[in-house]
Design a protein around this ligand. Sequence first.
Ligand code: PLP
Length: 445
Amino acid sequence: MSSPQGPQRGIPPHELHARHRAVLPDWLALYYQRPLEITHGEGRHVWDAEGNRYLDLFGGVLTTMTAHALPEVTKAVSEQAERILHTSTLYLNRPMVDLAERIAALSGIPDARVFFTASGSEANDTALMLATAYRQSNQVLALRNSYHGRSFSAVGITGNRSWSPTSLSPFHTLYVHGGVRTRGPFAHLDDAEFTAACAEDLEDMLGQTRGSVAALIAEPVQGIGGFTAPPDGLLAAFREILQQHGILWISDEVQTGWGRTGDHFWGWQAHAAAGPPDMLTFAKGIGNGMSIGGVVARAEVMNCLDANSFSTFGGSPVTMAAGNANLTYLLEHDLQGNARRVGGLLLERLRAVSAGLGIVREVRGRGLMLGIELVLPGTEDPSPEAASIVLEETRAHGLLIGRAGGHSTNSVLRIAPPLTLTVAEAEEAATILERALRTAEIELG
Ligand code: PLP
């Protein structure tokens, strides 16, 4: 297996791409001018249909949390599949109870209850429904530039317009500052001033609402918004204000959970001073690619629904088997610690290779959730062109990374590998990225 040689630009879509375009929606985003067909993976590597090998620094959009084809997960899935693939939540389900107990204990939420779904969008849907029912209000606070999924209600509260294709919503949503540090009216403030300004903005917003507000939903580090994190403690400052009004705090941990941010197991723990959130939502990494999502909530909130409800695929035994095996591996191998160590080194290396490059505005992130924001050289203008060049160049040299939209208009490179990434792999990635960034600098300079 070899890495592809040289950039492959202007090559017409291959047959599968043409078939894809003929039958799937136009708005289904595809990376690369000549899209990749990934056929298999192992560890931190994947292979395409032409036999090219890539170091995967995007992990299927943060879903491959431990490693591709991790034997422990594969074995657990196949053993469960041989017994039974699926039973309804109408029957007792041992792997589901096992995983629920473990997640409840890890969540930090007292007297926690767990409800499993099949995606992050459904998880946020459920959390919003619970908040609405509990508080008898459909007013929701969300952060500007946020992303919470593609179901109707998740889209309806998402602040990031490029990911929110409809202005219709079952919620009345109020957007507050706090997501993006580097752009906007508060960009020049230091951490303490930024926190104070955002808290004041929240209080001001609450002063303008009529009736009660159900919840604030927030990503501790904005994912699709460009891997931007507020100062530690900002959500704790929010929490104190919210508590005065009885408003619930939902932490959307779909991208930030399971130790990805290195210093903490959950993103909310960087804002723990005022206690845990009332609910957290999770998905992506826990199944290592199997579709698991869910909500953890205080019992009082989770049990406020006066109805029968269930999820056909939420808690399906085969996905729960994957989740249990994956979580065991993650904890036994201290992958949170690895994310902190290797992520810290990679952040330093990326800062070093970007120094002096006019297209790089900022290299940021936590643990193994790192972003490189690109601009037109010598300006503050986001450069999606630079991001496209870097993506094509890195792919051509055997490296997969992601990109993000939001206020930075698709000009942030996103690095979120499996949490088993080694130092040598991080070094290799930094070398390929350096070359790609320099190519973009020359092409746009
Ligand atoms: N919340 C966040 C923060 C996300 O990044 C995503 C997906 O990218 C979702 C929710 C939606 O999850 P899913 O795509 O599994 O529905």
